[in-house]
Write a protein that binds this ligand. Structure first.
Ligand code: GDP
Ligand code: MG
Length: 174
């Protein structure tokens, strides 16, 4: 029998070192490991209950080699939604998500969640909460400040919420 599980594909995008892998692993395993493979792009498949419906999450944890390397169009073609991550400690990573959004232009419309990670490192903050909120308004998306190093629930909520948006768009287009 063919599985009729609903699939939701999410690409996690952001500059190197912002915590994309830490956030992804937190969501999938509830654990924080601290060090991850920095070389390889990783795909995960994981079943999660979303509002008592089983959803097969496919998550692409991308791995740009540097600040200049932007996601390819095939990533946007593949994804149902994007989680755009920057680190509050890294101004350049904030500019990176801005550039990602600009290069997508209007060619790709899909639910987006903007995430500011490393909120535990307030003493090294380079990007204010307000700047994040303003960018999210510009993107017309939600914004959450998190610390993969410390949180579980709030990070899961980002993935669940963007999944709910995907499901809601699909229902409307039916
Ligand atoms: P990626 O390149 O975007 O996948 O980033 P990683 O997930 O590999 O994380 C890069 C570094 O930042 C690692 O040393 C992590 O331990 C660290 N890191 C990730 N999330 C947090 C966080 O919330 N707080 C702090 N202090 N460090 C973090
Ligand atoms: Mg990584």
């Amino acid at each position: 029998k063919k599985s009729s599980l609903t699939e939701v594909k999410i690409a996690v995008l952001g500059a190197p070192g912002v915590g994309k892998s830490a956030l992804t692993v937190r969501f999938l395993t509830k654990r924080y490991i601290g060090e991850y493979d920095h070389q390889a792009e990783t795909r995960y498949k994981h079943e999660v209950m979303v509002d008592s419906e089983p959803i097969l999450f496919e998550i692409l944890d991308t791995c740009p080699k540097n600040d200049e390397e932007l996601p390819l169009n095939e990533v946007y073609n593949w994804a149902d939604a994007l989680v755009l991550v920057f680190a509050i400690t890294d101004r350049r990573s904030f500019n990176y998500v801005r550039r990602v959004k600009q290069t997508m232009l209007d060619a790709f419309e899909m639910p987006v969640a903007l995430v500011a990670n490393k909120a535990d490192m307030v003493h090294l903050r380079q990007v204010s909460t307000e700047e994040g909120e303003i960018l999210a308004k510009d993107f017309e998306c939600c914004f959450t400040e998190v610390a993969a190093a410390e949180q579980v629930g709030q990070i899961a909520e980002v993935f669940l919420e963007v999944c709910r948006e995907v499901l809601s768009v699909r229902r409307k287009n039916k």
